[in-house]
Design a protein around this ligand. Sequence first.
Ligand code: PAF
Length: 281
Amino acid sequence: MLIVKTIQEFMNAKSDLGRKDTLGFVPTMGYLHDGHIELVKRARKENKFVVASIFVNPTQFGENEDLSSYPRDFSRDKKLLEQHECDILFYPSAKEMYPSVQPMETFVVPGKTAERLEGQLRPGHFRGVTTIVSKLLNIVGPTTTYLGQKDGQQVAVIKKLVSDLNFSTKIVVVPTVREPDGLALSSRNTYLTSVQRKKAPYLYSSLLEAFSLYKKGETNTNILKESIIKHLKNDEEIRVDYISVADSNSLEELDIASKGSMISAAIWLGNTRLIDNIILD
Ligand code: PAF
């Protein structure tokens, strides 16, 4: 695996690729887990070349968020990517990606899809995501970009970005990878204490409870949301940020759930924020 740290080096490496070679791209912020590895495996299966990026993007973190403490382990990430036959790892510095004098002038500003849920609670977060993803897509020029369903709203926002700004990449969404007890894999799970880790699967089981009501015929979203709240209230350490039943493309809240709706929630366990979702099928 070739590791490149500058855009110029990446361009040089890319010039070895044939014009018709397919390139699968897995953008990440590192501290890789099996969820990321599923993306790499899928990219490996479907493309001649696989590129992964590791960049903890400062513009998508709010002032009081965990940019400085975000977990990092480059040598482990590198080994994992090598094992899964990634061809190029793009590992730029913040200066390489944002060289202009601060404050930065140009951003890619997403619309309504990004203003709801996560966007409402983390102002500016998706503007940072759409800006860095645009930059990465311009640099990497992938045939296909692989994203995890775990960040359901991010998927919707990036799909809109790609279609609205005519990026030529296809987006493939890979199902969430979970621990045996249901907890969705996330780099931030490492923040949980052992007691909190035991409680964290309540998030997914609360979504499953709403899903099972839906499967029994309940489509009233207030009732589905109430069942989630009731389940989460079983533990007093859990603080709920939001519970939503929304259209999975626009993230618009729904009164009636139907096939394709996304049930999602964000909770706090101590200082750790967890998100998860289920798409109704
Ligand atoms: O999901 C992530 O890890 C990040 O938001 C992404 C897509 C790599 C952009 O920084």
